[in-house]
Design a protein around this ligand. Sequence first.
Ligand code: HXC
Length: 259
Amino acid sequence: MENIIVEHPYNGDKHVALIRLNRPKVLNALSTELMQELVEALFDLEDNDVVRSIILTGNEQAFAAGADIAQMVEATPIDQITDNRFRSWQQLAMITKPIIAAVNGYALGGGCELAMSCDIMIASDSAKFGQPEIKIGTTPGAGGTQRLTRAIGKSKAMMMVLTGEMIDAKTAYDWGLVAKVTPVKTLLQEAYELAKTIANRAPVAVRLCKESVNKAYEMSQSDAIDFERRNFYLTFASRDQKEGMRAFLEKREPEYKGD
Ligand code: HXC
């Protein structure tokens, strides 16, 4: 792959994989090719039974400074449709394993949207978030106006989207966009600890939890609670539920097999 680097096992841990966006000369601008490689790598990890959690990161300058402006500048609306540029973005939603975005530096435009598409976002204290599309005469197009609004509320989202100005990591934390802020040096270690903790939980239950939390954005609350309860019942078909509860009662650590 030319635009991303996949590390699996990560840190010698076969349950964790790390994907690094790798176009440093253009601050990891998200070209069509990069997005296709990213989705291909995610599907490989999705299909790999030993992988239980995935970290997505960039480098110290940028998680990603947005979609590739050079690739878009002369595009027509029909190009956008016929090139199917958004297919990769739609495919991201098909990944059932948890993805942790570990954000250093800029997460702008499509970069912020990509980080928000992940399940948990943590950031280093150098991270900067923004939806600057308005500054280049366009609008967010991969969920920015929707996910940002749900995460931080209408007024703050409007301020970011209409001005295009960035917020720093502390503000992103205070506003609820990111779960945790770390020093730059320990970002990946913290991401790994989180990924490892999740990887130690029962994999089927992890998938069902991810699915249920995501329904909070998609359904009415009563329908989503019904959905959640059905996923709860479903865990009782798994061996890992029996193992988890028996281990608790026998005062030992559970050994989850993923079924
Ligand atoms: C293409 C980009 C880029 C981008 C940076 N570069 N962002 N190329 N697409 N999104 C390139 C620059 O052209 C430059 O290349 C190199 O990366 C370094 O960038 P500089 O601007 O020189 O760095 P700096 O002065 O430090 O400024 C950093 C920055 C700025 C503030 C992040 O680069 C910036 O504003 N970038 C654009 C951010 C943006 O508008 N993103 C939204 C894109 S639209 P050269 O060759 O000159 O060295 C979008 C829509 C998504 O994301 C829709 C859904 C897919």
